[in-house]
Design a protein around this ligand. Structure first.
Ligand SMILES: C[S@@+](CC[C@H](N)C(=O)[O-])C[C@H]1O[C@@H](n2cnc3c(N)ncnc32)[C@H](O)[C@@H]1O
Length: 255
């Protein structure tokens, strides 16, 4: 084991965790810019940051009841992109509040435009790394459903460590989902689907709703550009649904 003699350096290093995205330009087309300027004030929730614009400060807090003007079951989507599936699914769930974590600002601008066009009042966006958002902004057992559709696949072996769905992330997801809550996932990358299965089938806090296999395609999930692209390339689309259960093992996390 090596120790870092410089605590400051050590502290900075932990702030540069491996993340599931690359920093991309925040440049927007004129229609994205005008949607961003017009709607970010009431649809994008401000959070305290650490040093980067997609980080979340460990002391940051969100007042969801104020943000939505009500208390309702909470659905969290990670990485909705431009909101192609988010917006129709939020429209279909007026009983629930949708909180989305997305790191790509031009995509968020498109979500804002689509949310306003559809007249939805139950969607709010946090421009942040979902891992930090889940960790610092949400209470234990506060999430009814977690959605992760077509997460960035990071196909090269040396990049697999960037994949969002890992045992460490599953531990966090388990802490934020209420017992009985669902984690719904989809991917068109077979080896990522297998990774999701092996992480989640082995996890003591999750049970595979499909028993030993993949879920049937969730009919409520609209086909997005990413799913179409997978289909065009003859990839099999895998849906997965896991239920958060009361801990089955000694290592189950709480809090
Ligand atoms: C491949 S796209 C899928 C978009 C959408 N879910 C769909 O099915 O059309 C993945 C999205 O996840 C976002 N993303 C990746 N890692 C993220 C993270 N850690 N937190 C929040 N968003 C993330 C990316 O910016 C991108 O918009």
């Amino acid at each position: 084991m090596t120790t870092d003699p410089d605590p400051q350096h050590s502290r900075e290093r932990t702030h540069r965790d491996v993340v599931s995205f690359v920093r991309r330009s925040t440049r927007m087309r004129p229609n994205q810019r005008s949607a961003w300027e017009a709607h970010r004030g009431h649809l994008v929730l401000d959070v305290d940051r650490r040093e980067t614009s997609t980080s979340v400060h460990p002391g940051a807090r969100l007042d969801l009841a104020t943000a939505y003007g009500r208390e309702a079951p909470l659905i969290v989507e990670i990485g909705p992109g431009t909101g192609e599936s988010l917006v129709p699914m939020a429209a279909a769930r007026p009983d629930a509040d949708l909180l989305v974590f997305e790191v790509y600002q031009p995509a968020i601008a498109q979500i804002l435009a689509a949310v306003v066009r559809a007249g939805l009042t139950n969607v709010r966006v946090v421009e942040a790394n979902a891992a930090e958002g889940l960790e610092h902004l949400l209470e234990p057992a506060s999430v009814e459903e977690l959605w992760t559709f077509f997460p960035d696949p990071w196909p090269k072996a040396r990049h697999h460590k960037r994949r969002l769905v890992s045992t460490a992330f599953a531990d966090l997801a388990a802490r934020r989902l209420r017992p009985g809550g669902l984690w719904r996932l989809a991917t068109d990358w077979e080896d990522y689907a297998e990774q999701m299965r092996s992480v989640l089938d082995a996890h003591p806090d999750f049970v595979n709703e499909a028993g030993q296999g993949y879920a049937t395609r969730w009919a409520d999930r609209p086909v997005t550009r990413f799913e179409r692209r997978g289909l065009d390339r003859d990839r099999t689309i895998r849906d997965l649904t896991y239920r958060r259960v009361q801990s089955r093992g000694p290592e189950s996390a709480s809090g």
